[in-house]
Design a protein around this ligand. Structure first.
Ligand SMILES: Nc1ncnc2c1ncn2[C@@H]1O[C@H](COP(=O)(O)OP(=O)(O)O)[C@@H](O)[C@H]1O
Ligand SMILES: [Mg+2]
Length: 236
């Protein structure tokens, strides 16, 4: 699928940009206390799902054991990105119908697993905030070096707030031209206010000037001082 194709071109600027993000995450994870990473954004369609998929591939390609958890119960996407089925997934585990190990799926990339959403719940936000969801992640987190959470496009703060209870940090995905820098700053502040550690921002959909070719590159920057003052959250 698309996410694979992008990163198989190893010398592409896109793959290179992902390598940079990967290196930053690896650097921040030296002590293995930055495992669960949330990818979120201010608006819809900024590229959370695509970035999550590609970042997962990039990390797995470097030998890390990675799990992508699709938390967008309203509009799940990871199964489509990786060509997987979504007949059973997290919801069936939460409902007690399946064991989590039974529904986690392998991808073409060794080391990269995906936990799809499964059936659509009537109350997505409550699912994310449920104790059972947190327990499900606890049950499997020991088996992975990184767990990436792909989040829903709407109600960012609510969903991020509930998810922050079980993550070590968040990456904000912002589409160039789609996102006002002030909104981004505001989102960052709001997330920090509710205790989410912002690891950095990935600027998505940056045009490349390659002969008008439809292309994009992922840039990013990190808040250096935040990295230094990183503390282990008391939730794991
Ligand atoms: N860097 C990019 N350049 C061009 N299109 C992109 C880029 N990243 C994502 N897209 C496209 O934008 C749309 C939304 O992406 P998606 O990853 O589903 O966003 P989100 O999960 O934030 O809603 C999709 O059609 C996707 O293919
Ligand atoms: Mg999405």
């Amino acid at each position: 699928m698309a996410v694979h194709k992008i990163l198989k071109h190893d010398s592409s600027p896109i793959a290179e940009a992902y390598r940079k993000v990967r290196t930053n995450l690896q650097f921040m994870n030296l002590d293995k206390n930055l495992k669960k990473v949330l990818l979120t954004s201010v608006g819809p369609s900024e590229g959370k799902s695509s970035v999550t998929g590609n970042l997962g591939l990039s990390l797995a390609g470097a030998g890390h054991k990675v799990l992508i958890v699709d938390c967008d119960f309203r509009k799940p996407k990871q199964h489509r990105l990786f060509g997987l089925s979504n007949i059973v997934g997290a919801m069936e585990v939460l409902l007690g119908e399946e064991a989590v190990h039974e529904v986690i799926q392998e991808t073409e990339e060794e080391n990269l697993h995906v936990l799809t959403t499964g059936q659509k719940p009537p109350n997505p936000s409550e699912v994310l905030g449920s104790k059972r969801f947190v327990e499900m992640i606890r049950e499997i987190e020991g088996e992975y070096d990184f767990i990436l959470f792909d989040t829903p496009p709407v109600g960012m703060v609510t969903d991020a707030a509930v998810l922050s209870r079980m993550t070590d940090g968040a990456i904000l995905v912002a589409a160039v031209g789609q996102e006002d820098v002030r909104n981004l700053e505001y989102a960052k502040m709001q997330l920090e206010d509710i205790g989410v550690k912002i690891l950095g921002v990935i600027l998505n959909k940056v045009p490349l000037d390659e002969g008008g070719y439809y292309g994009y590159i992922y840039n990013h920057y990190y808040y250096g001082e935040k990295v230094k003052s990183r503390r282990r959250r008391g939730n794991d």
